[in-house]
Design a binder for this molecule. Structure first.
Ligand SMILES: NC(=O)c1ccc[n+]([C@@H]2O[C@H](COP(=O)([O-])OP(=O)(O)OC[C@H]3O[C@@H](n4cnc5c(N)ncnc54)[C@H](O)[C@@H]3O)[C@@H](O)[C@H]2O)c1
Ligand SMILES: [Zn+2]
Length: 362
């Protein structure tokens, strides 16, 4: 089991890969000041049913007074309506500024609970117990919290670093295989961002990972957490531009996610977005087509979609991308590939090229 810390200047997140039964002790060992007055565990109904009792027990074993709050599972809960309901609950419990919010669940729960913690009484501390692969290797690291609006994904949010992130790989055994596959899309993204060696590792180990073999899954989680930690700690608030590389595959991916009314998982949209980013790079003559073939192959091996089965209009994709919050002065910034581990940011991607790349998925 592994523990490490990520420094964000004046904030710090500890990360632990360890059993859920010691989550409370992990928080206690941080010795937070002022001491935690009480803990509220926010979760979705599914995860709460599976692990809510265990985490409350571990918090109680560590001497914390705790209670829980739940909302329905799924991306549709990442809304201001759910946030408002949670505020009402906190108000009725008189949850004070010395309290700790714990997000127990996947990326939806950590985004929502983190946003609630960041804004409740101008900000209380929060911690994450990640229960999906997506959350373990991506969403739990870096402090991005927020919700969707009908007009777009993640449009409202704030940076708020968790004080602690725990992940028990055993929790992944109850996950749907579809969610394991979806989480792996982010790992392929991290490999494309960082190194050919990590990409090769995926080609060699993806079967063992999907069987949730202990060694392989732990190595996958730790390597991904460290990659994400390295990138976000250099640019905690996405100001210097270094963090934008994490957006690889997410510009078209988010647009698809938005337009499919969340019928596809986030990771499935990322898989499609990664292929579209490769094809855009091919079109702009900066990437060898053989790299794109390898990307398609690894995604197929994982069992992720490489073709879009739903009908989405290419013009709508372009429209959504224009509204993308990362657009600067009307020009969308695209993270493209010159090779594995070799990225470039371009603002000169035309609507026609976006349309072509998207249509190659249909
Ligand atoms: N903040 C960030 O930096 C960041 C990064 C990546 C993704 N995200 C966000 O994360 C979300 C996707 O995350 P996700 O895929 O974890 O979604 P999720 O939280 O909706 O979880 C997927 C499903 O799995 C269920 N589940 C969770 N853990 C389980 C377990 N151990 N066993 C059985 N079922 C379990 C949930 O109830 C849910 O139905 C998206 O909204 C995305 O935008 C945020
Ligand atoms: Zn993502």
């Amino acid at each position: 089991m592994e523990r490490f810390a990520i420094d964000f200047g004046n904030e710090r997140t500890t990360v632990a890969v360890e059993p859920i039964g010691v989550f409370g002790k992990g928080v206690q060992s941080l010795g937070l000041k002022p001491p935690i007055s009480e803990v509220v565990v926010i979760s979705d109904e599914t995860v709460s049913g599976l692990y809510g009792g265990k985490i409350l027990q571990s918090l109680s074993d560590a001497g914390f007074r705790s209670s829980s709050l739940v909302f329905p599972p799924g991306e549709k809960s990442k809304s201001l309506r759910v946030v408002e309901r949670l505020y009402d609950e906190l108000a009725s419990r008189r949850f004070d500024r010395a309290g700790l919010v714990v997000a127990l669940g996947g990326g939806v729960v950590s985004d929502v609970a983190g946003f609630v913690a960041a804004t409740w009484k101008r900000g209380v501390r929060f911690a994450i117990c990640a229960t999906t692969l997506e959350a373990a290797i991506d969403a739990s690291i870096g402090g991005k919290t927020g919700v969707n609006l009908p007009s777009g994904k993640n449009l409202v949010g704030v940076f708020h670093q968790p004080v602690h992130v725990g992940i028990d790989p055993h929790c992944l055994h109850s996950l749907d295989m579809r969610d394991i596959r979806a989480g792996l899309a982010e790992s392929v993204k991290h490999a494309l961002i960082t190194s050919e060696e990590f990409f090769n590792w995926h080609e060699a180990n993806v079967q063992a990972v999907m069987e949730l073999q202990e060694g392989a899954i732990e190595e996958l989680i730790i390597r991904n957490m460290k990659i994400k930690a390295e990138i976000v700690s250099r640019d905690a608030r996405e100001r210097t531009g270094e963090r934008i590389i994490l957006n690889l595959g997410h510009t078209i991916g988010h647009a698809i996610e938005n337009l499919c009314s969340y019928e596809l998982r986030h990771g499935e949209c990322v898989a499609l977005g990664l292929i579209a980013a490769c094809r855009l790079s091919n079109k702009m003559d900066i990437l060898d087509g053989r790299v794109t073939d390898r990307v398609v192959q690894i995604l197929q091996l994982i069992g992720l979609p490489t073709k879009l089965e739903l009908r989405i209009d290419a013009d709508q994709i372009v429209e959504v991308i224009r509204q993308d919050k990362k657009a600067v002065g009307g020009a969308s910034q695209f993270v493209l590939l010159e090779g594995i581990g070799n990225l470039v940011i371009r603002q000169d991607v035309t609507d026609a090229a976006i349309r072509d790349a998207f249509c190659s998925l249909c």
